[in-house]
Design a protein around this ligand. Sequence first.
Ligand SMILES: [Zn+2]
Length: 218
Amino acid sequence: MVPYIVDHIPKTTPYNRRPGYSMTPEYITIHSTGNPTSTARNERAWLTNPNNNVTASWHIVVDEKEAIEAIPLNEVAWHAGDGGNGTGNRKSIGIEICESGDRQKTLQNAAELVAKLLKERGWGVDKLRRHYDWSGKICPRIFHDNGKWTGWKQFKEAVQKELFGGDNMTQDKNQPSDWAKEAWEWAKQQGLLDGTRPKDNLTRQELAVVLKRLAEKK
Ligand SMILES: [Zn+2]
């Protein structure tokens, strides 16, 4: 994970950009900034720039080197374009992905950030929304190409990878991941698995053996 900086805008920020309404989030909404040069710090600075006269805000912005939280995740921000009482605005955490810098790095940082937010809440990728889903705006535009949302699908896959496989690189391959420990021990005790290679892929023939063992237990 890149550094996560908490730098909240004041509640007195003009144009009601931090209304202070409490929020119990149910979704995470993804945006891209629409600006090919602005960094996370630039985006954060814009929220409190005296020349900014729009009622628009977000919770977290991420770029190639850091993530910045501008509004607490239990407060409303105006980012979804679905109105003052819209579900997107009232019940989702708004994440802005910067379009500047190294795109691959930025997307990896965003995937890790989003996976962390999902994990903390016990959520899956089904909780992810595009700005487009709330209001029809072509956003996050970096995931939109020739009328297709191919990049969006790929991003969700990258997040999924972080959720369930992202620890492959940093953890012992011979130890199950924390989320899998209980099930892994159970499968060993039941004699369904032999207890080796917890992070290897399962072949079709191995699955057949496990299914046979399971069927024959009864
Ligand atoms: Zn957007």
